[in-house]
Design a protein around this ligand. Structure first.
Ligand SMILES: [Fe+2]
Length: 255
């Protein structure tokens, strides 16, 4: 595990009208997990040779957890589940490119009965046995799923892949909302749109939809392509080249 998102240090008023409530200041506690993991609602792991970021989302009031985009090596998230005696409730898939589902079948085998949530348009890439197919649950745009006492909202954000989802973990009053964006939105970049079912026009529309979240929303992408492990949407609106584009044509023309 490379780090743990930790927060609630201080907050300040801001003059930027896009920052609707508060500017938060954050600390990064990694690389070792702290002694009191109950402060963290999200654990971030970098796994595999493609810098994939895998997440465990935890509801500490019930000790329920969800596993986002299982990479082939399951060992680190499994160890965390075991260490804290978490109850794995579900797998959430941002999309089904191979590097995001390489460990899916093994994980489903280890946790019989847990559901896998994804968008219907991503199912065609999964080569699962019929009994595993039955455990797929398709989410539509803005559908909510429960994790313990939390309501998680799935956002359909096509562009990188036709059924790409972003998962919004709402604020608990102490920390801001989090957005798990898979390969649709990276720090200072968006995902490529030239793979099958990708679309630059849809990516442009998805980028506009990312503007409706609070500016303090923490962006947690599907790959560790930059030095940073996370960002805020407010910072991305200002600094990410795709957000400066005023049309799909401009987005297409980005290097
Ligand atoms: Fe991808």
């Amino acid at each position: 595990m490379k780090g743990e998102v930790n927060w609630t240090v201080t907050h300040m008023k801001t003059a930027d009208p896009r920052l609707t409530s508060w500017t938060w200041t954050w600390t990064w506690t990694g690389p070792r997990p702290p002694d009191s993991p109950e402060t963290s609602r999200i654990f971030q792991f970098e796994i595999g040779s493609m810098q994939n970021l895998v997440y465990l989302v935890v509801d500490w009031s019930t000790k329920q957890a969800a596993w986002v985009d299982p990479q082939k090596d399951l060992s680190e998230p499994l160890a965390l589940i075991k260490k804290h005696q978490l109850s794995l409730q579900a797998v959430w898939l941002t999309h089904t490119h191979a590097d995001h589902v390489a460990g899916l079948a093994e994980l489903m085998g280890q946790f019989p009965g847990i559901p896998v949530y994804l968008h219907e348009k991503e199912a065609f890439r999964l080569k699962l046995s019929p009994s595993f197919q039955e455990r797929l649950h398709f989410l539509h745009d803005q559908e909510q799923i429960a994790l313990g006492n939390q309501g998680i909202r799935a956002w359909h954000m096509p562009g990188h892949s036709a059924g790409a989802l972003s998962f919004e973990i709402p604020s608990d009053g102490k920390a801001p909302p989090f957005l798990l964006t898979g390969d649709t939105l990276f720090i200072r970049d968006c995902g490529r749109t030239d793979l099958p079912t990708g679309s630059t026009a849809q990516m442009f529309e998805s980028l506009q939809r990312y503007r409706q979240f609070p500016a303090e929303t923490i962006l947690l992408p599907g790959h560790h392509y930059r030095e940073e492990w996370w960002s805020t949407l407010g910072q991305e609106w200002q600094e990410s080249p795709p957000f400066q584009c005023r049309s799909a044509a401009e987005l297409e023309a980005l290097p």
